[in-house]
Design a protein around this ligand. Structure first.
Ligand SMILES: NC(=O)c1ccc[n+]([C@@H]2O[C@H](COP(=O)([O-])OP(=O)(O)OC[C@H]3O[C@@H](n4cnc5c(N)ncnc54)[C@H](OP(=O)(O)O)[C@@H]3O)[C@@H](O)[C@H]2O)c1
Length: 246
């Protein structure tokens, strides 16, 4: 049996990815942060067991914190008997705040949750993959990591940083059988987007060549592709309705 661990798997894109991993036959450790997401995550685990016959475990941890990531990975190592096949760095937050109103505390929270968490998770998980001689790491970046977005300097920097980390680790571990890739979603319907001003959403929708906001399942499909295609490393795939074309 293969094993996967996903951060921020309680809701939104992470939930769809966790279900995709289950469909692909992976046992999944699902991380979440808020007390309010405990019941959601437990229900998701039941669904994984009933629908796909795989095992799931919910682990609460704030992945912006090094010690929490250590505890999360240690718990997963016990469940998995030390065999990590897939790591998905998905947890993320955004401020969507004008630069001059952005406090140090707020931009540090975005950088630590979106970028430094992936450093922590890779720091603890990659040694297991090195030992096994294989592994696949997928990080949820964003089109914000590829292009500028007003009021999102912290978010864009964190997501561009994930792409940089991914490329460097792909170079370093390619010959050891460990692949690193990113997904750069465009605008996707989740709680994260529901927090954005509706006028802004309407305006952004106008700017999407396909004219529509994407679904979480569109991103889960990209995850499946990056796991299955054994020649993909150091890359990003960007399901984005055409809003960004390199
Ligand atoms: N939605 C979009 O349009 C879009 C576009 C591009 C990229 N993305 C990226 O996709 C990823 C998922 O976003 P989403 O839209 O699905 O967001 P969401 O619905 O707000 O879900 C965020 C997830 O991250 C978790 N999380 C947040 N901070 C955490 C922390 N410190 N430690 C552990 N877990 C934490 C949340 O856990 P709790 O439930 O416990 O709070 C939740 O599971 C993010 O990295 C985001 O930047 C989203």
């Amino acid at each position: 049996m293969s094993n996967a661990i996903i951060t921020g798997g309680s809701r939104g894109i992470g939930e769809a990815m966790a279900l995709k991993l289950g469909e692909m036959g992976y046992n999944v450790v699902i991380n979440y942060r808020s007390d309010s997401s405990k019941a959601l995550t437990e229900a998701l685990i039941q669904k994984l067991q009933q629908q796909y016959g795989v095992k799931g475990w919910a682990v609460q941890a704030d992945v912006s914190k090094y010690e929490d990531c250590e505890k999360l990975v240690n718990a997963a190592a016990e469940y998995f008997d030390g065999k990590f096949d897939v790591l998905v760095n998905n947890a993320g937050i955004t401020n969507n705040s004008p630069w001059c109103e952005l406090s140090r505390e707020k931009y540090m929270a975005v950088l630590e949750t979106n970028l430094i968490s992936a450093f922590h998770m890779c720091h603890f998980v990659v040694p297991y993959m090195v030992k096994a001689g294989s592994g696949c790491v997928v990080s949820t970046s964003s089109i914000g990591g590829l292009m500028g977005v007003a009021n999102q300097a912290d978010y864009c920097a964190s997501k561009a940083g994930l792409i940089g980390m991914t490329r460097a680790l792909a170079m370093e571990f390619g010959k050891q059988g460990i692949r690193f890739n990113c997904i750069c979603p465009g605008m996707i319907w989740t709680d994260m987007l529901r927090g954005v001003n509706q006028d802004e959403v309407a305006a952004l929708k106008m700017g999407i060549p396909m004219g529509e906001i994407g679904d979480v399942e569109d991103i889960a499909l990209a995850l499946e592709f990056l796991i299955r295609d054994k020649y993909m490393t150091g890359q990003y795939v960007s399901p984005n309705g055409g809003i960004y074309m390199p």
